[in-house]
Design a protein. Structure first.
Length: 53
């Protein structure tokens, strides 16, 4: 888990130094969608999540 937070800090530093703030919503959306897929993989609501896409 520590490595994940270090990765997030590195990505934020990259966005800050390169002035690429427009990439932040894209990265946040990708992380949230992937977390949604991973956490609902074995649950009862998984068929409803997949039917949205």
């Amino acid at each position: 888990m520590k490595a994940f937070f270090e990765l997030l800090i590195d990505i934020w530093d990259f966005l800050k130094t390169r002035k690429k703030y427009w990439l932040a919503p894209l990265i946040i959306t990708l992380v949230l969608m992937s977390a949604l897929i991973v956490f609902t993989q074995g649950s009862v609501i998984a068929p409803f999540i997949y039917s949205i896409f």
